[in-house]
Design a protein around this ligand. Structure first.
Ligand code: DGT
Length: 230
């Protein structure tokens, strides 16, 4: 089988040296990533905090790609993942003059969790899966993806399932608990069991706690993140 191979190793990757200390916020659907990131907006002089481009996915030139992916994955999961890749890449490489960048999700969670899950569940064809893997590998070969710390908002599937039900995002109405459990296991394989992925430091946050109790967890991560630039 032929495979795209890295470009000349002597050529620097796109984006090398352009990114500050970068923190990726990861965790299952409904684990509280957006709320976590909003907490850091008070440090706007030091931190460039970017939430996920979910609104772009819900309205791409009039198409709700997120919804289409859930209701007709055979046809739409592949184009959805390719658009996710593009929007993530934009954020990974977007310049900032702040000393810290915080990103909600990353190319890595798309690759290690979502694409794997779609493939394991038979929702994308083997051929599509292989094409996506080639894309990830080529993009990572030619682009510098800065990632210095991952904050893992660790939850139990039943807790986030309940939150997803309560927030009632229309596209997610068809998401079963089983899907959430599978995504949980893939996050655990990547961030706790370290079965896949590279060696980025992981800070684990107890994200089952509700908003009234999670403050101490926010504080703990605040200390680690801000210490990176002292
Ligand atoms: P939060 O703040 O932790 O509640 O975050 P959410 O749940 O708003 O954000 P996220 O990224 O966990 O999920 C937003 C929606 O997009 C959710 O229905 C899952 C979906 N999603 C996110 N990334 C991907 C991806 O790479 N592939 C697929 N198939 N779905 C994804």
């Amino acid at each position: 089988m032929t495979s795209l191979k890295p470009i000349n190793a002597a050529v620097p990757k796109y984006g090398v040296g352009t990114q500050p200390f970068t923190v990726l916020i990861e965790g299952n659907i409904g684990s509280g990533k957006t709320t976590f990131i909003k907490h850091f907006q008070k440090f706007e002089d030091k931190i460039c905090a970017m939430t996920e481009p979910v609104e772009k996915w819900r309205n791409f030139k009039g198409y709700n790609l997120l919804e289409l992916m859930y209701i007709d994955p055979d046809r739409w999961a592949m184009p959805f993942q390719s658009y996710v890749m593009l929007t993530m890449l934009e954020r990974h490489t977007k310049p900032t003059d702040k000393p810290i960048k915080i990103l909600e999700r990353s190319l890595y969670s798309a690759k290690y969790c979502f694409v794997e899950n779609l493939h394991k569940g038979g929702l994308i064809h083997d051929g599509m899966y292989e094409i996506l893997k080639e894309w990830y590998s080529y993009v990572e070969d030619i682009t510098h993806i800065q990632a210095d710390l991952i904050v893992y908002l660790r939850t139990t599937p039943e807790v986030v399932y309940e939150r997803i039900r309560k927030r009632a995002r229309s596209e997610e109405a068809c998401v079963p608990l089983e899907y959430i459990k599978q995504l949980h296991e893939l996050h655990e394989d990547w961030l706790i069991r370290k079965k896949v992925g590279c060696n980025i430091k992981v800070l684990e946050i107890e994200a089952d706690l509700d908003l009234s109790e999670i403050d101490r967890e926010y504080k703990r991560s605040e200390n680690v993140i801000t210490a990176s630039i002292q």
